[in-house]
Write a protein that binds this ligand. Structure first.
Ligand code: BYC
Length: 327
């Protein structure tokens, strides 16, 4: 009887039918749910799971690109990449703050990332082997992220939706800087074109996997859509991404590595080849090329940064004490 509220909850909550119906009514009326509002435990847990995974993705996502800051081919490229990686750190921080409004501390979710319990986007478990990968990540990975995140600006939970509005503005700059890198390579020497094509060959399928499992295998979609956390299903957003991106590749004279990709006049979109879901679940489960390195590097950064957090806290404490003494 408490089916809706208990999804994602611990089974110990006692939410009445009336409470759940009243909550759903607010959702259906497009009201924003704010942190101090009463909410079903399942709703809270779903948000903590998704927002924390999203935050971790931003923070882990700094690693593959950070790896290229020192090797960017010009000062202009270096400055843009540095700014992009900093933006991602900022996105992670807004998102951890949104999680904290739901009563879970940043330390708790960070610990879950370090212990391997928490997920982060599968895409960041692939290596960045060439400069073209930095362009492709901006174009395809940020492009996929925007497609997924624009609807999250209308998420029913206020702090998440507001964070997404700012994040999407920055992501759109990221996507354009990536497309510009790939465009320059595509218009360059044969070696540069080959580098761009090789990069798309490696990133296309993982980018499609970012949208999550196909709808029939998506455990959370149905409930998350009822709660208007998600507005579209994984397959719907993946299809939109393909339809938007294929013409961009054609414009650049680059190939999409899918021999089954064909325009379907009737549906007004592309049909595509089968996604390798075994690879997706292997990478999500920790078996990707870079999983181990990513978690190790994040953990090292957290441990080595402990003195910065301690110093900032000590400084804040001193200021507070001084202010109190002056009052
Ligand atoms: N990777 O029931 P489903 C970025 C998991 S960062 C890993 O469909 P849901 C950027 C899923 O968590 C982009 N795991 O789940 C940063 C669930 O496992 P649990 C990050 C995945 O939540 C730096 C299980 O599979 N964006 O933009 O309804 C540089 C079943 O899936 C993945 C976000 O996080 C995956 N790809 O839908 C550049 C957006 N997909 O939790 C760029 C916010 C699924 O039951 N998140 N799983 O253990 C979402 O929109 C949704 O959480 C998802 C999945 C669409 C990703």
């Amino acid at each position: 009887m408490y089916s809706q509220g208990l999804i994602g909850a611990d089974g110990k909550t006692s939410e009445t039918e009336e409470f759940l119906a009243a909550f759903q009514k607010r959702i259906d009326a497009e009201e924003k749910i704010e942190p101090n509002d009463a909410m079903p435990e399942g709703y809270r847990k779903t948000l903590v799971r998704q927002i924390a995974q999203h935050a971790h993705s931003e923070i882990v996502g700094m690693l593959p690109e950070g790896n290229w800051i020192n090797r960017a081919p010009s000062l202009r490229r270096k400055a843009a990449l540095l700014a992009k990686v900093q933006d991602e750190g900022g996105h992670g921080l807004y998102l951890y703050s949104a999680v904290e409004t739901l009563g879970v501390s940043r330390e708790e979710v960070t610990e879950e990332l370090h212990s391997g319990k928490a997920k982060y986007s599968s895409i960041f478990n692939y290596p960045t082997l060439s400069w073209a990968d930095i362009g492709t990540i901006g174009w395809l990975v940020d492009g996929a992220a925007i497609m997924n995140q624009i609807p999250l600006c209308r998420c029913s939970f206020g702090p998440y939706s507001r964070a997404m509005i700012r994040v999407c503005k920055e992501e759109s700059f990221h996507q354009r800087q990536g497309y510009e890198i790939v465009m320059k390579l595509a218009q360059g020497t044969q070696a540069q074109k080959d580098m761009a094509q090789d990069s798309i060959n490696r990133w296309w399928w993982p980018a499609l996997m970012m949208f999550g499992p196909s709808d029939k295998d998506s455990a959370h979609s149905e409930q998350s859509m009822k709660w208007k956390i998600k507005r579209f299903s994984n397959d719907e957003l993946r299809q939109r991404f393909i339809d938007a991106t294929v013409p961009q590749a054609h414009y650049l004279g680059l190939e999409i590595p899918d021999p089954d990709l064909t325009w379907n006049e009737e549906k007004g979109g592309y049909d595509h080849g089968e996604i390798d879901w075994d690879e997706f679940w292997r990478v999500v489960g920790g078996g990707g090329v870079m999983n181990r390195d990513r978690v190790r590097d994040r953990k090292a950064a957290w441990d080595e940064g402990a003195w910065v957090r301690e110093a900032a806290l000590a400084h804040a404490e001193k200021r507070r004490a001084r202010q109190m003494a002056a009052e």
